[in-house]
Design a protein around this ligand. Structure first.
Ligand code: ZN
Length: 275
């Protein structure tokens, strides 16, 4: 299983620092935070970024993310497609295989059928754009009640119905737990459709009140990570795992310490199940 570091874990640091964090801690992969990428490219070239990543022996795995892709109209929807094309072109240049895409909040009155139909329509359209650049799109359900796709089951149904080789999903342990997904839902998923696995833990709070800021290092909270990992192992998933913590308190940690704690807590969580 390859180990990844997600730029949300170190939100206050820039992309160059993220590369250094990943390199120093021993991560194989970096999930690039799109806003940091944009900042970097204001003053630097894509070629120099590629070089930095190569020198650090850190492979870019994804760009995070295009948010709220569904239920957009007119110019707003055009902007999603334009952003998709822009990030795909960068990803291709960087040899970065994936981009994360995120569903929108549920519009008033929308039924589950509406959500499935709209998600499939948009994912197929974005799939066509991404395939021109040989990029995969990973659809990430968010376990918040106001979001249109908040469980693994619904996310996977949409991915299956979309039925495109370059469309898969993100399984994020925080969203899995917050949205009330069950471990049996993992066992129904085709491992090859799990494009990205985000690991993190969460504070002991009512699930419906959990927010991103309540994320914790793996093993320090209440998410049944062992059960989730066993479920993934059972379906034969063995690709990658990336740590994604949106916790402001951690953003204050020195880069080296943040990287080391991230790396050690992932390894600890995997121990006995993966390696
Ligand atoms: Zn995530």
């Amino acid at each position: 299983m390859l180990l990844g570091f997600n730029g949300a874990t170190s939100m206050n640091y820039d992309l160059e620092t993220d590369i250094r964090i990943a390199q120093q801690a021993g991560f194989d992969l970096l999930e690039i935070w799109a806003a940091k990428l944009n900042n970097y490219l204001e003053d630097n070239s894509l070629e120099s970024l590629k070089q930095r990543l190569e020198e650090a022996h850190v492979k870019p795995y994804s760009i995070n993310s295009i948010e709220f892709i569904t239920f957009k109209e007119g110019r707003d929807y055009e902007e999603i497609k334009t952003e998709c094309r822009r990030l795909c072109s960068i990803a291709k240049e960087l040899d970065c295989p994936k981009i994360v895409v995120v569903p929108s909040p549920t519009p008033e009155g929308a039924t589950e059928e509406d959500i499935i139909a709209e998600s499939v329509r948009v994912l197929r359209e974005l799939s066509a754009i991404a395939s021109e650049y040989d990029v995969d799109l990973a659809f990430e359900f968010l376990g918040f009640s106001h979001i249109s796709v908040s469980t693994l089951d619904l996310c996977y149904r949409i991915v299956r119905e979309t039925d495109r080789p370059n469309i898969g999903l993100v399984l994020d342990t925080f969203h899995f737990y917050a949205g009330g997904s069950g471990v049996e839902e993992i066992e129904a998923v085709d491992k090859d459709k799990i494009f990205i696995f985000h690991i993190n833990d969460a504070e002991d709070r009512e699930r419906s009140r959990l927010e991103d800021a309540h994320r914790l290092f793996p093993g320090e909270g209440v998410i049944p990570l062992t059960d989730i990992l066993k479920g993934l192992k059972k379906v034969g998933y063995n690709n990658m795992v990336s740590i994604e913590l949106f916790r402001p308190e951690y953003w204050e940690l020195p880069p080296r310490e943040l990287g080391a704690r991230s790396f050690d807590t992932i390894k600890q969580a995997l121990r006995g199940i993966y390696r």
